[in-house]
Design a protein. Structure first.
Length: 303
């Protein structure tokens, strides 16, 4: 079943169907083409988080901004690659936040990368939480181009096929409460935090299979598609709130995980309840199998 048909059948509001079923798929197809043609040279600029931008980051960002502006139903948008809000059409129903190309530094070594989107009702993001998202999704530019999305009626996977359409491949993905895989991000934090070192050793001792690529999107996609696992990216002395951004990465991922029966915290508190205080705020993240996310929270309390 084609993506838009699936969304319409699920009873999703018409404009949201259009945004999730046509506009974002259109943008990610163009980003994939750009990834194929571009090398990973630096753009010579930095993003709002002070990270060096690749030409690919800037181009992917422009593709999304152009597609959302052409769609016309976006009042404002925010990007990991831009300092402030981009004004769209006054009175339009949606505010869209996105990481246009996550893991861009992995393109040059030909590892999978992704794009991440969160959809809010139009209006000021400050004071909202990830719970207010109407929908979220990510694209995986891997051996195939897949799109994993939720409109808060479960989490589903679609794949781009030869004639350029996205078709439903997996309906109602489910993450089991028990984990069999681990994706331990920011292991440098284990060098100074005995609790994180102990937690990662515990995952090893319990025989979990390591599945970590350094790309948040493929790493969490693995948990959703295998139906089990935990992804972690804690803070540490150099970056107490970690590296990943609440708005552009963690809240969209948390919604997809919870809609698949998993959970997501910042180590202690539910991620979707974290208040947005500024566009580029960072947060530690533990996401995946609910029992394991809880276990990790207790383990970290012993730090
Ligand atoms: P981005 O490329 O959008 O800046 O983010 C990459 C992120 C995420 O994909 C991954 O989990 C994390 O960076 C890895 O961070 P380290 O390089 O610090 O390990
Ligand atoms: Mn990112
Ligand atoms: Mn990025």
């Amino acid at each position: 079943m084609k993506i838009k048909e699936f969304l319409e059948k699920s009873g999703c509001e018409k404009n949201l169907c259009e945004l999730m079923g046509r506009v974002i798929p259109q943008a990610i197809k163009k980003i994939r083409e750009t990834i194929q043609s571009q090398s990973g040279e630096l753009a010579g600029s930095k993003n709002a988080s002070g990270e060096k931008q690749l030409a690919l980051d800037v181009q992917s960002n422009q593709i999304v901004v152009d597609e959302l502006k052409a769609f016309g139903l976006v009042e404002s948008m925010a990007s990991e690659e831009l300092e402030g809000l981009v004004e769209g059409k006054k009175g339009a129903p949606f505010t869209v936040v996105f990481d246009p190309l996550d893991g861009s530094s992995l393109v040059d070594v030909n590892l999978a990368v992704g794009s991440i989107f969160g959809i809010y009702p139009a209006g000021n993001l400050i004071g909202k939480t990830g719970e207010d998202q109407l929908a979220s999704c990510f694209a995986v530019y891997g051996s195939r181009l897949t799109l994993v999305l939720t409109v808060k009626k479960g989490t589903h996977e679609f794949r781009l096929n030869a004639n350029g359409d996205f078709y439903l491949t997996k309906e109602n993905l489910q993450i089991a409460p028990q984990s069999k895989y681990f994706a331990p991000g920011n292991l440098r934090a284990a060098a100074e935090s005995d609790a994180y070192l102990k937690l990662t050793n515990d995952w090893i001792k319990r025989g979990f299979t390591l599945r970590y690529s350094g790309g948040m999107v493929p790493d969490i996609n693995h948990i959703l598609l295998k139906g089990s696992g935990i992804f972690s990216y804690p803070g540490y002395s150099k970056a107490p709130r970690g590296k990943l951004r609440l708005l552009f990465e963690c809240a969209p991922m948390a919604l997809l995980a919870e809609q698949a029966g998993g959970s997501a915290t910042d180590g202690q508190n539910r991620l979707l309840s974290q208040k947005i205080t500024e566009l580029h705020q960072r947060t530690p993240i533990f996401v995946g199998s609910s029992e394991e996310v809880k276990h990790a929270g207790f383990a970290l309390l012993k730090s």
